[in-house]
Structures are given as C-alpha cells and as structure tokens.
Ligand binder design. Structure first.
Ligand code: OMP
Length: 224
C-alpha cells in the first residue's frame, strides 16, 4: 500500500520547502502545496517541488462563480496536480464546472467544514445544527456534482465513508498523540483517520516544525 501521508509544505521560503521535501521524500506519499505556497511561489514553485518526484496536491480551495473556477482549473492543467481542492459551499454548479475543467488524472475534492472550526464557529456563520450534519450534507452535494471526494476532519470521515463507499477522503487536522494542536479544533491521530477510511492524510507542522522532520515522518509512518 502506498504511503497516504501528504506533507503540507506551508513554509514561506521556497528553498526551505524544497530542502524539506527532499529530506522526507522516502517517508511520505506526496506534497500538499497550499495558498501560502502558491501565493508566494506560483507555478514556478510548484514545478520545483514536483521535481522531487512525488505527486502534488494543489490545495487552492477555489470558491467563486462557476466560470471563474473553471478558468482557474484550466490554468493549472500544466502543473499536472494529482489532487485539487474547491469549497463545497461554492455550490453544485461550481463543483460540476470545476470537475469538467480539471485535467484527466486530477482528483477534485471539496472542502466541507474546515478543521479549524467548531460548532460555535459554524453557528456564527449562520449554519444551524451539528458539524456532523453539515459535513454529511456537503458530502452529498459534492457526490451529486460528480466530484471525486471531500476534505473533512477525522471526526466525520467514518460516517461519510459509510455513506459514500467509493469516495476519496482527504483528512487534515491530524496530530500524533501528544503533539501540539495549534489552531486546529477537530483533531484525531493519523492512525485513527486511516482506520476510519481516510484516503489521504494531510500533515503539516507535526513534521515540518519537528526538530527532526525525518524522524517525525518515520514515526507517523510506523503507526499506520
Ligand atoms: O484543505 C486542506 O488541506 C485543509 C482543510 C481543513 O479543513 N483543514 C486544514 O488544516 N487543511 C490544511 O491542512 C494543513 C494542516 O496543517 P497542520 O495543522 O500544520 O498539520 C494546512 O495546510 C491546511 O491548509
């Protein structure tokens, strides 16, 4: 089985991100490049990390009108990402057009409820009800729109997996036992998420901020 861990390279400097990617490449399955990375380094930075030789997850969390999102999807074909994110709350038409505009081998997954939010935060955005129900509702919408899967926390992935058997599930907000939680609120261990049906485990700071990132990545790999 291939390694399900995608290391989030949320680092401001390209040389530091590339050095880290080279170091840990034997102990992760791919690299996730998000907004911080893409805004700072653009296409050129993505090409640089792709040279390390592992799949690239381009986490752009696109959320706009369908035509604009489709245009953005087309503009990143040349980068050949394995996975791209859009926001499920952008609606069904936006997700359909994103999938239609995606490259052939690119999985498009919808962010449901950010792992940095809890139910109080959700209520403040005007959404009543539980995190669980909100995620399940958005997962249904993403499936109906023809997406490959969703992004959700480890708290919901088990239930979503039961309802969407062939879905592709990306789970961030992962913390090995005893590591700092930081700004995340809905957190589980990598092993728990894997056991509950996660296809991809997104892990950033527990590896990138560790004193010895290779040892941290190996330790996580050993628990899976
Ligand atoms: O789409 C994501 O990857 C994502 C969705 C979400 O709900 N929560 C979340 O933390 N992420 C990303 O996952 C990574 C988590 O990083 P760490 O908290 O450092 O492990 C970051 O790059 C976030 O942008």
């Amino acid at each position: 089985m291939s390694n399900p861990v995608y290391l989030a390279l949320d680092l401001p400097r390209l040389d530091a991100a590339k050095a880290l990617a080279e170091k840990v490449r034997g102990h992760v399955g791919g690299f996730k490049l998000g907004l911080e990375f893409f805004c700072a380094h653009g296409h050129h930075g993505v090409h640089d990390i792709a040279q390390v030789g592992l799949p690239i997850f381009l986490d752009l969390k696109l959320h706009d009108i369908p035509n604009t999102v489709a245009g953005a999807m087309q503009a990143i074909h040349v980068l050949e990402p394995a996975i791209v994110t859009v926001h499920a709350s952008g609606g069904r038409a936006m997700m359909e057009d994103a999938k239609a505009a995606a490259g052939e081998n690119c999985k498009v997954v919808a962010v449901t409820m950010l792992t940095s939010l809890d139910e109080r935060d959700l209520a403040r955005t005007g959404v009543a009800g539980s995190a669980h129900d909100h995620v399940l509702r958005l997962a249904e919408l993403a499936e109906a729109a023809g997406l490959d899967g969703i992004v959700c926390s480890g708290h919901e992935v088990g239930e979503v997996h039961r309802q969407w058997k062939k879905g592709y599930f990306v789970v961030p907000g992962l913390r090995p036992a005893g590591s700092a939680v930081g700004d995340q609120k809905r957190v589980v261990t990598p092993r728990q998420a894997r056991d509950d049906g996660a296809s991809v485990l997104v892990i950033g700071r527990p590896i990138s901020r560790a004193e010895d990132p290779v040892a941290a990545a190996r330790a996580i790999e050993a628990t899976l």
